[in-house]
Design a protein around this ligand. Sequence first.
Ligand SMILES: O=C(O)CCC(=O)C(=O)O
Ligand SMILES: [Fe+2]
Length: 384
Amino acid sequence: MGRIANFPSSWSKDAEAFVLSSEHRPSSGADSGDDDVPVISLKPLFDALGAELAKGSDWAAISAKVEQSEDSALRSLVEAIGNACAEWGFFQVIDHEVPRELLHKVKDVAKEFFTLPVEEKKKIGRSFDRHLGYNDSELTKNTRDWKEIFDWAAIGYMEMPETVESDYRSGKYSKTTVKSYNQWPEKPEGFRDACEEYTAAVVHLASLLLGLITVSLGLPFNLFHHCFDTENTIRARLNYYPQCPLADMVCGVNRHVDSGALTVLAQDDVGGLQVKRKDGQWIAIRPCEEAFVVNVGAIFQVWSNDKYCGVEHRVVVNETRERFSIPVFFDPDIRTDVSPAPQLVDETHPAHYQSYNWGFFRRTRNNGNFKQLGENIQIYHYAI
Ligand SMILES: O=C(O)CCC(=O)C(=O)O
Ligand SMILES: [Fe+2]
């Protein structure tokens, strides 16, 4: 394969590991036709809450205001979010009130960080026991992703059960936990501040979206906020997808469903994120620098008892242009036991899943990613 000669030197020795089996290659094509995931304005929410309440995190007061509101624009917003979650599992939000400067600052430092020599970046490398930092060899479904990443946790560390039993059916894990702390590079200057300010703003947005999605299921706005209150596993990521000589055969991120509750992602104008529509067709998500892409993950699928599903998506790469994106994975405290909301379960709507512990799930997934154990733990392993 002559094109491998154009691989970055650190990747060329295991070039074959990036190549997807023919049925999963991006060359199968995405339709960007006239169907598109909905773009939704959050203005009615901020209008209804008012600046003071919207900026704070008094979830009980925000909850009361949203639930009691008879404002038709707010009702329509909730309905649009519910429809998007049920139909696509994805939507984009505009008028989100995250200041644009924060996004620009973090994009600038991200670009600078990824141009550092690989040895410099590896000083803060991720490993089996260090869950946060730099990595250039992530696997999705046992295939190497064409990307470099930098991960950090919103609260400064990620906590995990110290051990889990390898059989996911057992659900057994140790009650002692280990913490993995953020690792920050020395360069570029201002990197850490930019990342932290950005995360604080997006985590706040994600908390509002969590409430709106919950209300769209007919549940109280703040039903799940306690799972994220103090300890949580919210993680942010800088994704760098270099230009790729084999763009038709590899993926930036292979097809997958996000395992957590919600993902809120900023992308640049290059494009590459694709979502699988219900008919199996891959649909390109139109890049919009004003917007965040939001998707529900597997936890919401379980909480909603399959009303909203975590939907497969992937990232295709580009021969001529590099791409950057910044997802925030809005994931709960490891002590969260995930099961369908009791309000959605009755004799005619039995629970589709048995309860599982998020810390166990997260640790098992992490072990699998490092050891290539074959199929990763999935929520359908808990299907009833
Ligand atoms: O870069 C993107 O657009 C999406 C990345 C993604 O799906 C992920 O990191 O889970
Ligand atoms: Fe994803």
